[in-house]
Design a protein around this ligand. Structure first.
Ligand code: FES
Length: 104
Protein backbone atom coordinates (compact mmCIF):
# COMPACT_ATOMS: atom_id res chain seq x y z
CA UNK A 1 0.00 0.00 0.00
CA UNK A 2 1.48 3.34 -1.05
CA UNK A 3 1.94 6.03 1.57
CA UNK A 4 -0.80 8.63 1.61
CA UNK A 5 -2.17 11.20 3.98
CA UNK A 6 -4.92 9.75 6.17
CA UNK A 7 -7.19 11.74 8.45
CA UNK A 8 -6.19 10.29 11.78
CA UNK A 9 -7.60 12.39 14.58
CA UNK A 10 -9.04 15.80 15.38
CA UNK A 11 -6.41 18.27 16.46
CA UNK A 12 -8.53 19.09 19.53
CA UNK A 13 -8.00 15.53 20.76
CA UNK A 14 -4.27 16.01 21.18
CA UNK A 15 -3.51 18.00 24.33
CA UNK A 16 -1.05 20.86 24.09
CA UNK A 17 2.42 19.67 25.04
CA UNK A 18 1.14 16.12 25.25
CA UNK A 19 1.48 12.91 23.26
CA UNK A 20 -1.41 10.77 22.07
CA UNK A 21 -1.20 7.34 20.49
CA UNK A 22 -3.45 6.63 17.56
CA UNK A 23 -3.91 3.82 15.10
CA UNK A 24 -3.38 4.87 11.50
CA UNK A 25 -4.21 2.09 9.05
CA UNK A 26 -2.90 -0.51 11.47
CA UNK A 27 0.22 1.42 12.40
CA UNK A 28 0.48 2.68 15.98
CA UNK A 29 1.62 6.29 15.75
CA UNK A 30 2.43 8.75 18.53
CA UNK A 31 1.43 12.36 17.90
CA UNK A 32 3.02 15.17 19.90
CA UNK A 33 1.50 18.63 20.13
CA UNK A 34 4.33 21.08 20.71
CA UNK A 35 2.64 24.40 21.27
CA UNK A 36 0.23 23.83 18.39
CA UNK A 37 2.67 22.17 16.00
CA UNK A 38 2.14 18.47 15.49
CA UNK A 39 4.73 15.76 15.04
CA UNK A 40 4.06 12.09 14.35
CA UNK A 41 6.43 9.23 15.00
CA UNK A 42 6.41 5.52 15.69
CA UNK A 43 4.98 4.78 19.11
CA UNK A 44 7.81 2.47 20.10
CA UNK A 45 11.12 3.42 21.63
CA UNK A 46 13.90 1.87 19.58
CA UNK A 47 15.61 0.64 22.75
CA UNK A 48 13.12 -1.90 24.13
CA UNK A 49 9.87 -0.85 22.48
CA UNK A 50 8.22 1.07 25.33
CA UNK A 51 5.32 3.21 24.15
CA UNK A 52 6.47 6.80 23.77
CA UNK A 53 2.89 8.00 24.16
CA UNK A 54 2.47 6.17 27.46
CA UNK A 55 6.02 6.24 28.86
CA UNK A 56 7.33 9.35 27.15
CA UNK A 57 7.67 12.79 28.69
CA UNK A 58 7.59 15.71 26.31
CA UNK A 59 9.68 18.82 26.94
CA UNK A 60 9.70 21.12 23.94
CA UNK A 61 10.60 18.97 20.96
CA UNK A 62 12.33 16.32 23.06
CA UNK A 63 10.60 13.16 24.20
CA UNK A 64 12.22 11.21 27.00
CA UNK A 65 11.38 7.53 27.28
CA UNK A 66 11.03 7.02 31.01
CA UNK A 67 11.66 3.29 30.72
CA UNK A 68 15.44 3.78 30.57
CA UNK A 69 16.02 7.44 29.72
CA UNK A 70 16.49 7.55 25.96
CA UNK A 71 15.71 10.89 24.39
CA UNK A 72 14.53 11.61 20.85
CA UNK A 73 13.89 14.74 18.80
CA UNK A 74 10.22 14.47 17.79
CA UNK A 75 10.87 16.56 14.67
CA UNK A 76 13.41 14.19 13.16
CA UNK A 77 13.31 11.03 15.29
CA UNK A 78 17.02 11.46 15.99
CA UNK A 79 18.45 9.98 19.18
CA UNK A 80 19.52 12.70 21.61
CA UNK A 81 20.45 10.46 24.52
CA UNK A 82 21.12 6.71 24.91
CA UNK A 83 20.61 3.84 25.58
CA UNK A 84 18.67 3.90 22.27
CA UNK A 85 20.99 4.07 19.28
CA UNK A 86 18.52 4.00 16.39
CA UNK A 87 16.18 6.88 15.49
CA UNK A 88 12.40 6.50 15.69
CA UNK A 89 10.56 6.66 12.37
CA UNK A 90 8.78 9.95 11.81
CA UNK A 91 5.72 10.52 9.63
CA UNK A 92 4.72 13.66 7.71
CA UNK A 93 1.68 15.44 9.14
CA UNK A 94 -0.58 18.18 7.89
CA UNK A 95 -3.60 19.98 9.30
CA UNK A 96 -6.78 20.18 7.21
CA UNK A 97 -9.44 22.17 9.01
CA UNK A 98 -9.79 20.53 12.42
CA UNK A 99 -8.32 17.24 11.22
CA UNK A 100 -4.80 16.03 11.61
CA UNK A 101 -3.66 13.99 8.65
CA UNK A 102 -0.71 11.66 8.81
CA UNK A 103 1.11 10.08 5.91
CA UNK A 104 1.71 6.41 6.53
S1 FES B 1 12.62 1.27 26.09
FE1 FES B 1 12.90 3.41 25.90
S2 FES B 1 14.80 3.77 26.87
FE2 FES B 1 14.54 1.65 27.03
Amino acid sequence: MAAEFVTAVKTSEIPTDGITAIDVRGTRVAVANVGGTYYAFADACTHEQCSLAEEGELAGTTVTCTCHGSEFDVRTGKVLAPPATLPVKVYPVRVAGDALQIEV
